[in-house]
Design a protein around this ligand. Structure first.
Ligand code: SME
Length: 150
């Protein structure tokens, strides 16, 4: 499942460098491939805060401060957040009330973080360590393909 998804992501982004187009296609690929995902998309760091990028799912909060919510925590801690129950995560920001679990992966450009890739599920405990590793790999594929590597 994951190797197919990674393969598909590489093929989808091959030969295209536009960061918005690539983010849009990655969000659509994940959303339409992984079961039980109600939101998949990107936030990009702009002027010191996370700003909503291309996504699939319900409309979401546009700006998230670094250190706030699951997304802002991923940036502040510089590491993937695997959240089995969002209601147990202090400061979780509820965009879609259906969301029960979440995984957020930082997008690294060299040592810098340029944003995050965020997935929500309406099912508790939906995401595994293997899902988190696969999303980290997709984040890498995205940054490299989009010509934004430091
Ligand atoms: N739940 C996230 C906010 C973004 S939405 O899930 C799309 C958070 O706590 O950062």
């Amino acid at each position: 499942m994951h190797s197919d998804l990674l393969e598909h992501a590489r093929a989808l982004l091959a030969g295209e460098q536009d960061p918005i187009a690539n983010a849009a296609n990655v969000a659509a690929l994940i959303y339409n491939t992984l079961p039980d995902v109600n939101w998949a998309g990107f936030y990009f760091l702009k002027g010191g805060e996370l700003v909503l990028g291309p996504f699939q799912g319900k409309p979401a909060c546009v700006r998230i401060a670094v250190g706030k919510g699951v997304c802002g925590t991923a940036v502040a801690q510089r590491k993937t957040q695997l959240v089995p129950d969002v209601h147990a995560f202090p400061g979780h920001i509820a965009c879609d009330s259906a969301s029960e679990s979440e995984v957020v992966v930082p997008l690294f450009r060299g040592a810098d973080i340029i944003g995050v890739l965020d997935l929500d599920s309406p099912r508790l405990n939906r995401f595994t360590e293997a899902d988190a590793r696969a999303m980290e790999e997709i984040a890498k594929i995205y940054v490299e393909a989009s010509g934004i590597e430091g």
